[in-house]
Design a binder for this molecule. Structure first.
Ligand SMILES: [Zn+2]
Length: 123
């Protein structure tokens, strides 16, 4: 294992810790909001504050879902690091540029495969 790989192991571990902390705080926010909404059920339509709260709630839930998705990808990335297949594009088999891996260590595709994949779906 090269020192660049060691760096990436540290990077993945750091990101995992960050996202786990973020997930924990989002979970408690979502839970608190759910509890306060069920205790104090207000009519969102006629209560401007109420609709702000439900917007926040929706945003927190979306953020929580995105955080969990990235966490799952990071766990998979850590497994690839252990297996020695980390840093290979799953689309074309080429090495993913280290710059990209540093920005997004959970990336499974090189930039051109990732944009090809995102392309047709985003119409
Ligand atoms: Zn590729």
């Amino acid at each position: 294992m090269t020192s660049a790989d060691d760096d990436l192991v540290v990077l993945v571990e750091e990101r995992l810790r960050e996202l786990e902390a973020q997930r924990a705080s989002l979970r408690s926010d979502v839970e608190q909001m759910r509890v306060s909404r069920s205790l104090d059920f207000t009519d969102d339509e006629h209560d401007p504050e109420g609709s702000t709260v439900s917007l926040d709630h929706a945003r927190d839930r979306a953020l929580l879902a995105a955080t969990e998705q990235t966490l799952a990808e990071l766990v998979a990335a850590r497994e690839r690091l252990a297996a020695g297949s980390f840093g290979r594009c799953e689309g074309c088999g080429e090495a993913i540029p280290e710059e990209r891996l540093r920005a997004r260590p959970e990336a499974r595709y090189c930039i051109s495969c990732a944009s090809r994949q995102a392309g047709p779906r985003r119409r």
